[in-house]
Each structure stands twice: as structure tokens, then as C-alpha cells.
Design a protein around this ligand. Structure first.
Ligand code: FAD
Length: 189
């Protein structure tokens, strides 16, 4: 997926991280989201050359859904102690300079955050567009593949799933499920 402006990035590959590092030098950086991608990027940029680092989040407590209120508040305090600012709000649109680069983020509140670098860390959708919709949750394109406990699709016995395609987001889960799916294919669940 193309990002809309020079200076606006997703973080999906080592090449993305190199570009984010380069764009972050001396920049006002805004990270959208309050989970791993945004906060790990904020922690990196605040220690590695950014002029200012701001997390734009909908929820004042990062990681709340994952780790709860107390741990989330501690994570926010830790980031703030290193110089990361938190702004609670939502993006309305990106603003650009005369050269077509990012100049800021316009928020729904009407405020504008100046920024030459923005990393969008707002979650992911499973890459399931190539699969028939009948195999997917709710029969909807872009939804996770549905499997049973043996990781086999209930709708097509020749289809197995493992990892992010099932809607998870962890290396260890993907590796374990890959092994389990292989065992199921061999009839050794
Ligand atoms: C920046 C970042 C940081 C992360 N940090 C962590 C972390 O610290 N800890 C953690 O546990 N997890 C982390 N994750 C999540 C972790 O990377 C994923 O959960 C894991 O890689 C999932 O493995 P997978 O094999 O399911 O999918 P992927 O690793 O995405 O592999 C899918 C592969 O399938 C290929 N593919 C896709 N569609 C097709 C097609 N139609 N035909 C052929 N090939 C196709 C893709 O090119 C890719 O090579 C991170 C993810 C990102 C993006």
C-alpha cells in the first residue's frame, strides 16, 4: 500500500526502518497509534536524532487493551520521561509543503501537529484477498481465514492456515501454528 506523502511511512520491513531512521534526523516525528509499532518507533526516534517525538493516540493509556490500565500508564510515563509527548486525538488529514513532503498532521479537533516524519502504526489486516471469501471470517474479503483446532479450514479440507493470516500477530504463534498445520496435513494432529 502506498502512503500518501513523502515523510509518511508504514513499518513493515528492514528497508522501511532505514528510511524512517533517515527521515527522523532533526525532524518533528509523529507516530500514529499506541501499540507496539508506534511506541517502539517513538522510543527509537527520541533516542536517535529526532527533534521532537509525539505519539498521536485515541486512548490516553497505551497498551490498555493488551496489558491493562496500570501497565499501560507505566509505559506512557516511561516514554514521557524520555521526552515523548502524547496527544490524544484523531488524524483528519496530512498537510504538505510546497515540495510535496509532509509538513504536519491536521487533527479532528482542529489542531495541527507540525511533522516532517509520520509513522502510521494503527494495526494490520490479514493478507487474505487471494482466498475465496467463503473461507474467511464472516465471508468478508480481508478478514482472517477460519480454521478448526487442527488448523484446517472447515469449508475446504485442503486448506490449512497458520500465523497472521488467522488474525494473530506474533512470531512464536506463527511458528507453532506452522508446525501444527504441517502435522495436521500429515494426519498427525
Ligand atoms: C515492524 C514489525 C515488528 C514486529 N515485531 C514483532 C515482535 O517483536 N514480536 C513478535 O512476536 N511479532 C512481531 N511482529 C509480528 C510478526 O512479524 C508476525 O506475526 C509474523 O511475521 C507472522 O508470520 P507469518 O508467517 O504468519 O506472516 P509473514 O511473516 O507476514 O509471512 C507471510 C509471507 O507470505 C508471503 N505472501 C503473502 N501473500 C502471498 C501470496 N498470495 N502468495 C505467495 N506469498 C505470499 C509474504 O510475502 C510473506 O513472505 C512484528 C511485525 C512487524 C511488521
Amino acid at each position: 500500500v502506498e502512503t500518501p506523502l513523502r515523510g509518511v511511512f508504514y513499518l513493515r520491513s528492514p528497508e522501511d526502518s532505514k528510511q524512517i531512521h533517515a527521515a527522523g534526523q532533526g525532524a518533528d516525528a509523529v507516530l500514529i497509534g499506541s501499540s507496539f509499532i508506534a511506541l517502539e518507533s517513538a522510543a527509537y526516534l527520541v533516542a536517535n536524532g529526532a527533534k521532537s517525538v509525539t505519539v498521536l493516540a485515541r486512548d490516553p493509556v497505551p497498551f490498555k487493551a493488551l496489558f491493562g490500565e496500570e501497565a499501560g500508564k507505566a509505559a506512557r510515563r516511561l516514554h514521557e520521561s524520555k521526552g515523548v509527548k502524547f496527544v490524544i486525538g484523531e488524524l483528519q488529514s496530512f498537510a504538505s509543503d510546497a515540495q510535496g513532503g509532509l509538513s504536519g498532521l491536521k487533527l479532528k479537533s482542529g489542531d495541527t501537529l507540525p511533522a516532517q516524519l509520520c509513522v502510521v502504526g494503527i494495526g494490520s489486516t490479514p493478507n487474505t484477498a487471494f482466498l475465496p471469501a467463503v473461507l474467511l471470517a464472516g465471508g468478508k474479503p480481508g478478514s482472517p481465514l477460519v480454521v478448526g483446532p487442527d488448523l484446517r479450514s472447515p469449508s475446504d479440507s485442503n486448506v490449512f492456515g497458520a500465523g497472521d493470516v488467522l488474525g494473530y500477530g506474533h512470531w512464536q504463534t506463527a511458528q507453532t501454528q506452522g508446525r501444527l498445520a504441517a502435522r495436521s496435513m500429515l494426519g498427525k494432529p
